[in-house]
Ligand binder design. Structure first.
Ligand SMILES: NC(=O)c1ccc[n+]([C@@H]2O[C@H](COP(=O)([O-])OP(=O)(O)OC[C@H]3O[C@@H](n4cnc5c(N)ncnc54)[C@H](O)[C@@H]3O)[C@@H](O)[C@H]2O)c1
Ligand SMILES: [Zn+2]
Ligand SMILES: [Zn+2]
Length: 348
């Protein structure tokens, strides 16, 4: 089979590799019908993720068809259309039982294993361990082009942004960073009845998209960002401030936007320390949340997509075939210049 293989920083090749095969009785093999690229894949290619070594197949998002089933698998059969989420879970360890499979102890101490600790989904076929507890059947009314965004970006915006931020009916919400993850937070904030959703970004195209995804206001980043957002909230600041970029300055912006008693929900992956003005913050009764997505909201999100409440397909702006994998990475890497959000990659 063919797959996109990592060969050290800056090097990836779509090349022949041994076929994905059952290794444990709980495994299935899935033919990948749709995959996509995540910002994390770009981090890996920069050499930022030491656990990813030469020879690893990249990717942690897929929708596909089961082609082989291990003897212990009871929930899935050959031919089933399934969502392969970014997080793999045993379902039984202490963290899985707490509903926090992002830290599943059995699969490797961290739930994100595809394209990280084991071979990933940017391939013609992928081996899926712990299939019964990890895979989701995709309803007929949900297309592959919708389901693919439930593997990672939509649950991330929803769980680590909207749910962790505790958005309540009538709340005002700011989302700093309107990429795929920030837009996912904007898209799902409406489910909790936010009265005002303010998107903050440096990029005009992303801010236009934010309005399409349900933002009520936008603020283009500039010297007056914080004042502009505060002015939109009658001078109070927002109830929930969601950070979806991952830089020190954007977390500081998010922290400056929140009103007393509010919540700062950090989604961004940070690569450097951030100095927070605790001398100002301690007296504000604010909460700061953070974490790796669990993807436990996928069943909820699948229902909302199936009923038309969440137009997940809007996230896909460009389509490529497996043979055009290089082009897909080029467009995604320069997403802003290409007016791109997420790419949809299919066998073609
Ligand atoms: N916590 C988790 O489990 C988890 C999971 C997936 C992704 N993430 C992280 O979420 C973050 C967002 O991911 P994404 O895929 O949407 O990334 P992205 O690159 O598509 O989007 C980032 C957005 O931030 C904007 N931006 C850049 N600098 C800015 C600034 N100074 N002020 C305001 N906006 C700015 C960009 O224009 C872009 O629209 C990343 O840090 C990613 O690693 C976290
Ligand atoms: Zn990802
Ligand atoms: Zn577990």
């Amino acid at each position: 089979m063919k797959a996109l293989v990592y060969h050290g920083p800056g090097r990836k090749v779509w090349e022949d590799v041994p076929d994905a095969a059952i290794q444990e009785p709980g495994d299935v093999v899935v033919r990948v019908d749709t995959t996509t690229i995540c910002g994390t894949d770009l981090h890996i290619l920069q050499g930022d993720v030491a656990a990813v070594t030469d020879g690893r197949i990249l990717g942690h998002e897929a929708v596909g068809t089961v082609t082989e089933v291990g003897e212990a698998v009871s929930g899935f059969s050959v031919g089933d259309r399934v969502l392969v989420p970014a997080i793999t879970k045993c379902g039984r360890c202490m963290y899985c039982q707490r509903g926090m499979p992002s830290h599943c102890q059995t699969v490797g101490g961290i739930g994100w294993i595809f394209g990280h600790l084991i071979d990933g989904t940017q391939a013609e076929f992928v081996r899926v361990p712990f299939a019964d507890t990890s895979l989701y059947a995709v309803p007929d009314s949900v297309t592959n082009e919708q389901a693919i965004f439930l593997a990672d970006s939509l649950p991330t915006g929803y769980e680590v942004g909207v749910l962790a931020g505790g958005v309540r009916p009538g709340d005002t919400v700011a989302v700093v960073g309107a990429g795929a993850v920030g837009l996912s937070a904007i898209l799902t904030t409406g489910l909790w009845g936010a009265s005002k959703v303010i998107a903050v970004d440096t990029n005009k195209f992303r801010l236009e998209k934010a309005m399409e995804f349900g933002a009520t206001d936008t603020v283009e980043v500039g010297p007056g960002t914080v004042a502009d957002v505060i002015a939109l909230t009658d001078g109070l600041g927002v109830d929930v401030s969601i950070e979806a970029v991952g830089y020190p300055e954007t977390l500081l912006t998010a922290a400056s936007l929140v009103r007393p008693g509010g919540t700062i929900a950090n989604i961004g992956v940070h690569g450097t320390p951030v100095e927070l003005p605790m001398q100002d913050m301690w007296i504000q009764n604010v909460t700061l949340t953070m974490g790796l997505v669990d993807t436990v909201s996928i069943p909820t999100l699948l229902k909302m997509v199936a009923s038309g409440r969440i137009p997940a397909e809007k996230m896909g702006t460009h389509s490529f075939t497996f043979g055009q994998m290089e082009g897909a990475y080029d467009v995604f890497k320069n997403a802003a210049a290409n007016s791109a959000l997420k790419v949809v990659i299919t066998p073609g």
